[in-house]
Design a protein around this ligand. Structure first.
Ligand code: G6P
Length: 368
């Protein structure tokens, strides 16, 4: 049942699911953007503006890539709605006897809707009177049913163990949630409109990135001999670096570690050598000069740098550049994550790995 027909001409499900992202994002946005009032509509939330204003904190819970997507979501909610927000691995949350805050909106994030740790977190929250919504792909799944309401991801079926289109739709959904929470607070009509328009152009921008597949493959192949890599990103791009490192590890078996740029000098720089490449995320935002400085610090120590950017970087700053189209700075992490999927896949393919079924891993971890 997973033969050539299902692959639709793609070499593997990972390639297929990466390629489906423009359509998947279109589905996630369909009927949810309100251009007239410069906000979003998330029908499954069943919260009126007063309830939405009553949210004093947001905590995203998930495992693996869903947890990293939750970190992107926390950044968006805090930035756009000015509500303190964070993400936590669901397997930690369920066992540490957390304080359940009735003014917190808990968001259970899961592609499958069946991950045991995430489901147990939801059950614990419900027992203690927490307000929990789901951000789930599979309709009718255990987490979707247990939450009762939430945001369906609409990414379509995902087969490859490494999650791609579902993660992208998680981030897109959290951007919509952040705009919704922001627009009942201090996010202006102008900023709401700017973000709604930014969301509308994401599918086209992702399609442009996918056209660079061949170019990214060439860069990835040059790094197939590395035994370890750093992924570096700060603030909005810190979770993108974590997700990029995770993807590389799980499908290529090359060791990778993500670091916030600010922390490099507190340890990791000691490992920078010509044999240790760094993938550095360089969004065209207010911290551009800082990230350029980070690249200079790495290269001064002989470390090769792959820059992933939507900015115009000075010639020769990085050894290789993975370019993405420019978008609104708050949404840039969503685009910057896409070339990292392609980079990880091409590296894994160059090493002859089974990219759809990495060793020791399962698509969904339904037992502990
Ligand atoms: C497994 C998969 C990951 C996924 C995680 C959470 O570890 O290999 O790709 O991110 O589970 O899965 P979920 O279905 O809850 O999003």
């Amino acid at each position: 049942d997973t033969g050539d027909y299902a692959l639709g001409g793609h070499p593997d499900f990972l390639a297929k699911e990466i390629a489906e992202q423009p359509d998947a994002v279109r589905r996630a946005l369909a009927g949810r953007l309100d251009t007239r009032f410069a906000t979003t509509r998330l029908g499954g939330l069943e919260l009126d503006p007063r309830d939405l204003r009553g949210v004093r904190r947001v905590l995203f819970l998930g495992c693996g890539s869903a947890y990293y997507a939750g970190e992107i979501g926390a950044g968006l909610v805090e930035e756009l709605a000015r509500i303190p927000a964070a993400a936590e691995p669901a397997g930690e949350f369920r066992y540490r006897n957390p304080v359940v805050d009735p003014d917190c909106l808990y968001v259970a994030v899961s592609q499958s809707g069946e991950t045991a740790d995430t489901l147990a977190s939801v059950q614990e929250l419900r027992r203690k009177g927490g307000r929990v919504i789901g951000a789930v792909n599979v309709i009718g799944s255990a987490i979707a049913r247990e939450c009762g309401n939430g945001i369906f991801l609409h990414s379509g079926p995902e087969v490859s163990v490494a999650s791609t289109k579902a993660v992208t739709n998680m981030a897109v959904s959290f951007a919509m949630l952040a705009v919704l929470l922001g627009r009942v607070r201090d996010l202006s009509v102008a900023d709401g409109r700017r973000l709604v328009e930014g969301l509308q152009s994401l599918p086209g921008h992702i399609a442009e990135i996918l056209e660079r597949d061949g170019e990214i493959a060439e860069i990835a192949k040059r790094h197939a001999g590395a035994s370890s890599m750093f992924f570096v990103g700060r603030t909005r791009c810190r979770p993108v670096a974590r997700e990029g490192a995770q993807k590389l590890k799980e499908i290529s078996y090359i060791h990778a570690e993500a670091y916030p740029a600010s922390e490099l000098k507190h340890g990791p720089l000691a490992l920078v050598t010509p044999e240790m490449p760094s993938v550095v995320l360089v969004p065209d935002d207010e911290l551009l000069a800082k990230n350029v400085g980070t690249i200079e610090q790495i290269r001064a120590r002989g470390g090769p740098v792959v820059a992933v950017t939507d900015a115009e970087l000075p010639d020769g700053l990085a050894d290789d550049v993975l370019r993405v189209p420019r978008t609104e700075p708050e949404l840039a992490p969503i685009l910057l994550a896409v070339p990292l999927q392609l980079f990880a896949r091409h590296l894994a393919v160059a090493l002859g790995r089974d990219v759809d079924k990495p060793r020791n891993l399962a698509k969904s971890v339904t037992v502990e």
